[in-house]
Design a protein around this ligand. Structure first.
Ligand SMILES: Nc1ncnc2c1ncn2[C@@H]1O[C@H](COP(=O)(O)OP(=O)(O)OP(=O)(O)O)[C@@H](O)[C@H]1O
Ligand SMILES: [Ca+2]
Length: 782
């Protein structure tokens, strides 16, 4: 039986092939109540229809782009007809309608955009401002009536009565009801109404009870599912409204909203590039064009559903909800339902086998009973004479056999499992964990390996700068009551450089939230900015003085962030910050104890390295800050230089271990789950932390990402079982570890990760746990 199930009822927890899904469905043969049984599972034919619609949409979009490009070349110079504002739009106080916006962005019509005055013109026409965003005080209802909201409607929810109607169509119930009805009619005919009236009542009552319980159960289940789906679609976006930055749920967006996008974000609605640095966009989910597209003032259109691969910018929303290209796809796709979980499919297999046995037993019972009747009739020599009594007897046999068949098939079993999963997923939401796929909830229980991040999972993700190696001096900030008292000990010019490098080369911002200052950014960035603020730096002033001309955001693979700023008097300066081993390699100068820039000789290098080792030994994350002056003629298309930097300082950032993590690791070990830590931090920091929480043991191995990458397959076979820590890893190392564990060692692997860098391994793993989405406490389980 095991092999039969494995052969025919096997699907993968993630990305099952269409054939595998088709195959087990076909094997299910005659399912008594298909509507119920397959309610939440993928409707494969609808899914194929959706794929066709999707392809057609993509083709349309592609053609529209080509046509508009071609047309543009010809019509340059030919005056375009005037745009007439529809009356209801004009009376609402706007100067452009939703379909005009939809057509401009949908067909990327730069010419028409220009006719409307570019992005500024459009902003004016939708009564917004590219600087301050929408003004909420005027009310937004009017806007929503004219332009719609950014909601993609879910499939309609069925009413309770619809479920009751479906429950009534259960084949078993219908046959049982018919049998009961016939026996009632026969009973009444032979024994009279008075004697059999109570039977009628019992039949009606039992059918109603069964229908009611089934419908209530199904209804409850569908409500739970809906809640889950609504939760699942919630994403936070950063917008400016009333001149203030704030976070909104993506479905609260309206045309005119100014959205801030950065690496890893999904574009939440169609819109136009306002300002910022050119961004590289992956539109493959919308246009099937797998090449990244550069979006800037020349090509300013951003389509919802595409992903920001690199860069950051401001976008003004023009089109929302079903009018967006993404809205059209999602609507087509949503009808697809969910893939079955492996256990559900196996259970279906089991039901199938039991069903077959049931059918066989029913047949045998019927044959044996019939044989009895026939033998009896043969003995009495009445085989050619059949009376009503005989028919009634045969009907009784049929009822008995059918009952045997009915009760042996555990039709409700797979459904009960779905119910259970829906219940569990909903419970997990209360713990801030959100499942993207139902199967993940089930696979989670079978994991044998966990590849975890350090930051945010093992540590609390609340970082603060604890140590500082600056002007050839290591300072312990916990010893100073406040960081500003430290300033008196440091030469003024050097201090100014430190503060400037923190405020200019940053990927975080200070926002005013209800009158309170709040820092937005990754914990590393936040810690840095907090440190800068504590040094007495003025964020606004520093930001205003220097104009950024180029930004290369932090990426886990590069382990550094670089910017180029234009100095107020003349010239440019590049700032770099990142992992010390990377940044120090770019430096040939350093600031000495007098605050002067001097060549970075071996004595200095040895001093800095000993500081880094000291920080790492204490489990601190190190970060190196550096700068270099640039030639006068720096152009934004030039690459940011990668040598000649001056090392400003090395910071030791503390991120304390989460309380209880040691017990969690021990619990995993006790359950037979191997825990491995894959971190971007240096090996000494990683080792210190891994040892403290029990991941790294005496016989375990800690290895650097660069070493791991160089090993061949044979060496890996021997190494991987021993590896407990991979440090200084790039996202690809994590991915390759996961792949090896899955394929070579046949393990079920769970991966935790944060941000866009980990997307690859999160997707590859049997269970992906994306943590702290957009700085919230929410975790998404993929
Ligand atoms: N915003 C940043 N700017 C510059 N450098 C950074 C930034 N964040 C981290 N780093 C440097 O890059 C190194 C590795 O960071 P990475 O993002 O790969 O790790 P992580 O994902 O934050 O941590 P983990 O992998 O342990 O969860 C850090 O040790 C730090 O030196
Ligand atoms: Ca990481």
């Amino acid at each position: 039986m095991e092999s039969y199930l494995n052969e025919n009822f096997e699907v993968k927890p993630k990305h099952s092939s269409e054939e595998a899904l088709q195959k087990w469905r076909k094997l299910c043969g005659v399912v008594k109540n298909p509507k119920r049984r397959f309610r939440f599972t993928a409707n494969i034919s609808k899914r194929q229809e959706a794929a066709v619609v999707r392809r057609m949409q993509q083709e349309k979009l592609r053609i529209a782009v080509l046509v508009s490009k071609a047309a543009l070349q010809f019509i340059q110079g030919i005056a375009e007809h005037e745009y007439i504002v529809p009356e209801e739009v004009a009376t609402a106080g706007f100067e452009i309608c939703a379909s005009e916006l939809e057509s401009i962005v949908g067909s990327r019509n730069v010419k028409r955009l220009k006719i409307h005055g570019g992005v500024e013109g459009i902003a004016k026409k939708v009564r917004s401002s590219t600087e301050n965003g929408l003004t909420v005080t005027n009310g937004l209802e009017n806007r929503e009536t004219i332009y719609g909201s950014n909601k993609i409607p879910d499939g309609e929810t069925s009413s309770f009565w619809r479920f009751a109607w479906e429950a009534l169509q259960d084949l078993t119930l219908i046959i049982d009801a018919i049998c009961a009805f016939i026996s009632l009619v026969v009973g009444i005919a032979t024994e009279g109404w008075d004697n059999r009236a109570h039977d009628a009542l019992v039949i009606v009552a039992s059918i109603s009870l069964v229908v009611f319980v089934t419908a209530a159960n199904d209804y409850w289940q569908s409500v739970k599912f809906r809640n889950w789906e609504i939760e699942k679609k919630k994403t936070l976006v950063r917008v400016t409204r009333d001149g203030f930055r704030q976070k909104l749920l993506s479905y609260e967006l309206l045309p005119g909203d100014v959205v801030h996008l950065t690496t890893g974000d999904q574009v939440p609605a169609d819109g136009i590039f306002v300002s910022g640095f050119p961004v590289s966009i992956d539109e493959s989910s919308v246009t099937e064009d797998s090449k990244p597209i550069k979006v800037d003032t020349e090509n300013p259109f951003l389509l919802s559903g595409s992903k920001v691969l690199e860069g950051s910018c401001k976008m003004m929303v023009t089109t929302v909800g079903m009018r967006t290209s993404w809205g059209k796809f999602v609507a087509a796709d949503d009808k697809g339902g969910y893939d079955e979980t492996p256990f559900q499919v196996k259970l279906n297999g089991l039901v199938e086998i039991i069903g077959k046995i049931g059918k066989y037993l029913a047949l045998v019972t019927f044959s044996v009973l019939m044989k009895g009747l026939l033998t009896h009739k043969l003995q009495e020599e009445t085989i050619w004479r059949w009376s009503g009594y005989d028919a009634l007897e045969m009907f009784k046999y049929f009822t008995i056999s059918f009952t045997i068949f009915g009760i042996t098939v555990p039709e409700g079993l797979p459904l009960a499992l779905t119910l259970n999963l829906a219940f569990s997923t909903n419970n997990m939401v209360k713990d801030n964990a959100l499942f993207r796929h139902m199967a993940a909830c089930e696979t989670l229980g079978t994991a044998t390996n966990i590849c975890t991040d350090k930051t945010g999972i093992i540590t609390s993700n609340q970082m603060s700068v604890l140590k500082l190696c600056f002007c050839m001096n290591v300072k312990d900030l916990s010893r100073h009551n406040n960081a500003s008292s430290l300033c008196s000990e440091i030469p003024d010019t050097a201090l100014r450089l430190l503060v400037q490098s923190i405020f200019v080369n940053k990927d975080s911002e200070v926002v005013n939230k209800d009158g309170k200052l709040e820092i937005w950014g990754t914990p590393t960035e936040t810690a840095l900015l907090e440190f800068g603020l504590s040094l007495g730096g003025n964020f606004q002033e520093q930001g205003g003085k220097l104009k950024l001309v180029k930004v290369e955001h932090f990426e886990s693979a590069k382990k550094k962030m670089q910017v180029v700023a234009e100095l107020p008097d003349r010239g440019f300066r590049a700032y770099c910050k990142g992992a010390p081993e990377i940044v120090l390699a770019l430096c040939d100068k350093v600031i000495n104890s007098n605050g002067n820039v001097v060549p970075l000789d071996e004595v200095f290098i040895a001093y800095l390295k000993s500081a880094i080792n000291q920080f790492a030994g204490e489990g601190l994350r190190s970060l190196c800050l550096a700068y270099t002056e640039l030639e006068d003629g720096f152009c934004t298309s030039d690459p940011i230089p990668s040598s000649g930097y001056t090392c400003i300082a090395i910071l030791g950032i503390k991120d304390s271990i989460r309380p209880g993590i040691k017990d969690s690791v021990a619990a995993c070990h006790a359950a037979g789950i191997t825990v491995r830590m894959v971190t971007g931090d240096s090996i000494d920091t990683a080792k210190a932390i891994a040892r403290e929480c029990g991941i790294l043991t005496e016989d375990g191995l800690a290895i650097e990402g660069a070493d791991f990458r160089e090993k061949n397959l044979e060496e890996l076979l021997e190494l991987i079982p021993k590896i407990q820590v991979i440090a200084q890893s790039s996202p690809l190392d994590k991915h390759s570890l996961v792949k090896h564990l899955q394929t070579t060692f046949n393990e079920v692997v769970a991966v935790t990760g944060a941000g866009a860098d980990d997307a690859l391994s999160l997707n590859e793993a049997d269970i992906g746990l994306a943590t702290r989405i957009h700085g919230t406490e929410l975790s998404i389980i993929l």
